[in-house]
Design a protein around this ligand. Sequence first.
Ligand SMILES: *Cc1c(COP(=O)(O)O)cnc(C)c1O
Length: 426
Amino acid sequence: MDTRSKELFEEAKRHIPGGVNSPVRAFGAVGRTPRFIASAHGSRIVDVDGNEMIDYVCSWGPGILGHAHPRVIEKVTEACRAGLTFGAPTEREVRLAQLIAKLVPSMEVSRLVSSGTEAVMSAVRVARGFTGRDKIVKFKGCYHGHSDGLLVKAGSGALTSSVPDSAGVPADYTKNTLVALYNDCSSVEALFEANGKDIAAVIVEPVAANMGVVPPAPGFLEFLREITERNEALLIFDEVITGFRLALGGAQEYYHVTPDITTLGKIVGGGMPIGAYGGRREIMDMVSPVGPVYQAGTLSGNPAAAAAGLETLRILKEDPEIYGRLERKAKIIADTVRSVSGGTAQVNQVGSLLSIFFTDREVRDYESALSSDTARYSRYFGRVLDQGIYVAPSQFEAMFVSDAHTDEDIEVTCRVLRNCLSHLLS
Ligand SMILES: *Cc1c(COP(=O)(O)O)cnc(C)c1O
C-alpha cells in the first residue's frame, strides 16, 4: 500500500520540480511512485503508509551505522541546544579536522564544506591554483557532484573533448574537462600525451560507485598515481562514497594508493550535510585566507553537522572490526545472488558496497555497466520493494550495507532476492 505516498507525491509535484529535491528520488528510472519516508531506525525505514522496509539505500551512503544511532542523535541534540550556527570557529571543527587527519593521513590539512559537490568543486579549484594549470581529467561514468565543470560527457568520437551533460552549462565551462575511460590506462595516457603540461589533476572515484559498483582493475589506481606524478599533475580521490566505508582510511588505505587531494562527503557528516577536502599542507596552504584560492561557506563546519560527523567517526574508530562485519554481510548477499543468477546477472562487491547488474557480461567499466537490462532491473526493484526490501531505484547505484543490518535482516533479504531473481531470470 502506498496511498499516502501517492497523495504526497501529487502535492509535491505542484511545488517541487518532479516532486523531489534530488532527481534519483523520483523513482523515474523504475516507473514507481517514490515512498515518502516518515522515520528510520537502525536497518529499517518506515514510509508514511506504515510500510517498514530493510533499507539498503542508507541515504546513498552516509548511514554506515544505520539510522538514528543513539550516540549520534545525542551529540547532535546537545549541539543544537547550544546554538545552531555562529559563523565563527568552534572546538568541534578542530577535533573533526584532527580526527580526519588521523584516519586519513594524506589529509594533513582539510576544509569543511556542506556537500560532496562543494568539496569536489573546491578540490579542483585548489588543484588548478596549486599547479597553475587549467585542465582536469575525469572518467566517464564517475560522478563528482553537480558543479558545472564536472557535468560533462565525452564529445562525439574524440576522447579529448567533452561537452556539457546538462542544459544550462556553457560549453566554455567544460572545455577544460577531459574525459577518459575508467579502468582503461591507455585512454589516460592518450590525454596526457596530448595535454601533458596543461593537466592540473586527474579526479577519480577509486571504486566507481555511480555506474553501479565497479572496482578498480588491478594496477589502475597505481597507474594513475604514477602518470600524474610523472606529469607533475595532482591525483584527486573522490572518496565521497568510499571514505570511511571501505576502511577507516577509505579506498586509499584499502588499495594502498595515496592521492594528493581527497574529497569526502556522506559518512563524514554522519547524516548531516558535510563535505570535506584536504591534502598535504603545501597544497592546502593555497586556500584562503592563507593562500590565493578563494573558498568560503556561511554554514561550513556547522555545529550540529560537525557533531554528527565527529561522533560517527569516533564510533567507527572505536570499533574497527565493523569493516569485517560489513564485508561479511555484503558477501553473503553477493554470494546468494551469484548462486541464483547462473551468469545472467553479475554482482560486483567491494566491502559493504555492491551492485547487481542484469547482464551476462562481466562489468568492469562503464560500457559493460551500460549493457545491463534496465527494464529487468525495474521489475526486480518493484518485486523486492513490495516484499519490504528498499534498494536503489536505479540500476546504476550501489547497494549499501550498514552495521545495523542484523544477521536476520541479511537472511530475510537473501530469501527475498533468491525468490525474485529466480523468477526474473528463469
Ligand atoms: C554523492 C557524491 C558526490 C556529491 O555529493 P553531494 O553531497 O550529493 O553533493 C560527489 N562524488 C561522489 C563520488 C558521490 O558519490
